[in-house]
Ligand binder design. Structure first.
Ligand SMILES: Cc1cc2nc3c(=O)[nH]c(=O)nc-3n(C[C@H](O)[C@H](O)[C@H](O)COP(=O)(O)O)c2cc1C
Length: 236
């Protein structure tokens, strides 16, 4: 079987780890794989907190409701959907384009798109701007085929969560390919964990926490069940 598919099929949510150190070089490869995931408009609307030091890990594990994968992992990665870095990301891409000698036309085109993105993706105070945008888009959509951009804060966080989740999957597959194991977790106290990490309720939402480590030899995985293909796929 193809090597990538082998890793994909081999990955399991591991619930108990043995204590091992994750070398920095592996950590960087895993996180690098995460940020290479595709993202909407290449906006990379996420950030990751790698919690590897014992005292910090103990706090985060407790906030993951003391779940065994969290308690036994070598590191915990908190994946956060991040609306606060959009302007800086666009600026960063623009600077990269200038350094990489993109044509003036391409740079102007990106600047124009980034400006439209800023307008589209800004909910404004109390979501008022979002409500106005929503009404305009719905009206236009009555006679024009168009996608509905995220307009309210919750839509924006959902939008950022999609890209964050793809990065999480990349991260887990990379860890597996490097001989480690993972467990994604949504069982955590989001309010306390956000406060612990100093996140803003306006711009951030924790998508999941990923426990990373080496599967404990004492841990026996249950058989893996999936719905049959025909139940999940419609071929048109
Ligand atoms: C978004 C998400 C949240 C999850 N949350 C938890 C969790 O809080 N605790 C846990 O033990 N497993 C959690 N899991 C792991 C699932 O239980 C596991 O992926 C599923 O049972 C399928 O098993 P497999 O990944 O080994 O095939 C989560 C998985 C996902 C994708």
């Amino acid at each position: 079987m193809n090597e990538i598919l082998k890793v994909l099929f081999h990955r399991r949510a591991v619930k108990a780890f043995e204590p091992v150190d994750i070398p920095q070089v592996l950590r960087e490869q895993i996180l690098d794989a995460a940020r290479h995931a595709p993202s909407s408009f290449n906006s990379q609307p996420y950030k990751f907190y790698w919690v590897g030091s014992a005292p910090q890990k103990a706090v985060v594990a407790k906030l993951c409701l003391g779940q065994k994968p969290a308690e036994t992992a070598s590191a915990l990665v908190v994946a956060v959907a991040d609306l606060g870095s959009l302007s800086a990301t666009a600026q960063g891409q623009l600077e990269w384009m200038r350094r990489s000698n993109f044509t003036e036309e391409k740079i102007r085109d990106y600047e124009r798109k980034a400006k439209i993105g800023r307008i589209l993706f800004m909910p404004g105070p109390f979501g008022i701007f979002g409500a106005v945008k929503w009404a305009i888009f719905r009206l236009v959509n009555l006679w024009k085929t168009m996608g509905m951009p995220p307009v309210f804060r919750q839509d924006l966080l959902k939008w950022a969560t999609k890209s964050t989740s793809l990065a999480c999957e990349n991260l887990m597959i990379a860890a597996e390919a490097l001989g480690l194991n993972t467990c994604p977790m949504e069982g955590f106290d989001g309010r306390r964990l956000s406060r612990f990490l100093g996140l803003s309720t306006r711009y951030h939402e924790i998508v999941m926490v990923i426990a990373i480590g080496k599967k404990s030899p004492a841990y026996a995985e249950p058989p893996q069940w999936r719905r049959p293909l025909h139940a999940t796929v419609t071929v048109l």
